[in-house]
Ligand binder design. Structure first.
Ligand code: AFP
Length: 296
């Protein structure tokens, strides 16, 4: 059995980076334990104007506090905080996170997760500069899907509280699953054509409303997760820094790709921390297909 600690050591990851990954990964257990007493909405909205669930604010406060105490982190940016918080400019690594992705599904007990990206230096960097990206998925198992820039590995938290390696060198296959956000009546012509082409080729619709869970099945089975632009929301819904970049980096490390429909989102230097982006992430062929439609 290879543990997360052993995997990081064997991958030659810098000590502080390993420590930050392990520290956040260890918060899966307290986060899972907190679901039962945090079922409701918090009565507040985040910087993107979305209602915050009690678990959004709980997880955000909890992870931020743990990182602040660690002394290992330069700055933190969270989907649930208005501004970037700087802890120590002497520290090397900054953390970006969506502390509880898919939180509208907590009250119906569907799969949700925590998304994290780690940069060397400041927060507002292009996703291609990520030093590590991972997500914890709170499903039937607690899993950790991780890249430190050397492929993708999936771990499961066992009953002894140890992350054990389930799968190394994960390769995203070409596949026909698709899940798209937004109302069909509001999709733009390019996206409508794209989905029609997927459906004509036998594509199977799978969309839960939890990005992290919907992406995980695309990673394993192949296909695409999309949240397209609309007339009303030309930048789509998902956040570049907290959602698109960490997941896009993982997809790319597994042989897949990420795009805003026109080009690779990992190349974009964010102008602001809560910047939104349209997103297509999944099997390489699926991402090439939407970019081809936009070029036509
Ligand atoms: P949060 O729970 O972090 O706000 O994220 C929700 C989300 O950004 C993403 O996880 C989902 O795929 C998407 O929104 C669902 O949006 P719709 O409810 O519009 O389908």
């Amino acid at each position: 059995m290879t543990t997360l600690q052993e995997y990081l050591k064997n991958s030659g990851v810098y000590e502080d980076l390993s420590k930050i990954i392990i520290l956040i990964a260890e918060q899966a257990a307290p986060i899972r334990a907190a679901f039962i007493s945090n079922q409701s909405y918090a009565g507040s909205t985040n910087a993107s104007g979305e209602q915050q669930a009690a678990m959004d604010t709980w997880s955000d406060t909890h992870i931020t506090r743990v990182l602040a105490r660690s002394g290992l982190v330069r700055a933190v940016a969270s989907e649930e905080q208005n501004d970037i918080t700087t802890f120590s400019s002497a520290a090397k690594y900054s953390v970006v996170m969506d502390p509880l992705d898919g939180s509208s599904l907590i009250s119906v007990n569907l799969c949700v997760g925590t998304i994290v990206g780690i940069y060397d230096g400041d927060v507002l960097q292009a996703g291609k500069n990520l030093k590590a990206a991972f997500y914890m998925l709170y499903g039937p198992m607690t899993t950790l899907t991780l890249t430190v820039g050397r492929g993708v590995a999936i771990f499961a938290l066992n009953t002894n509280g140890v992350y054990q390696l389930l799968e190394d060198n994960v390769k995203m296959p070409e596949g026909n699953l698709y899940g798209s956000g937004g109302l069909r009546t509001e999709w733009l012509a390019e996206h409508t054509k794209y989905i029609a082409e997927i459906e004509a080729a036998g594509g199977k619709n799978r969309y839960s409303g939890s990005f992290v869970a919907d992406f995980h099945q695309v990673l394993k089975y192949g296909g695409v997760y999309a949240y397209p632009p609309t007339e009303k929301s030309p930048d789509g819904k998902l956040r570049l820094v907290f959602e698109a970049n960490p997941i896009g980096f993982i997809a790319t490390q597994a042989g897949g790709a990420v795009s805003n429909g026109v080009s690779n989102t990992l190349a974009i230097t964010p102008a602001k921390v809560h910047q939104r982006t349209p997103i297509y992430v999944g099997s390489r062929g699926m991402i090439e297909a939407i970019e081809k439609i936009h070029r036509a």
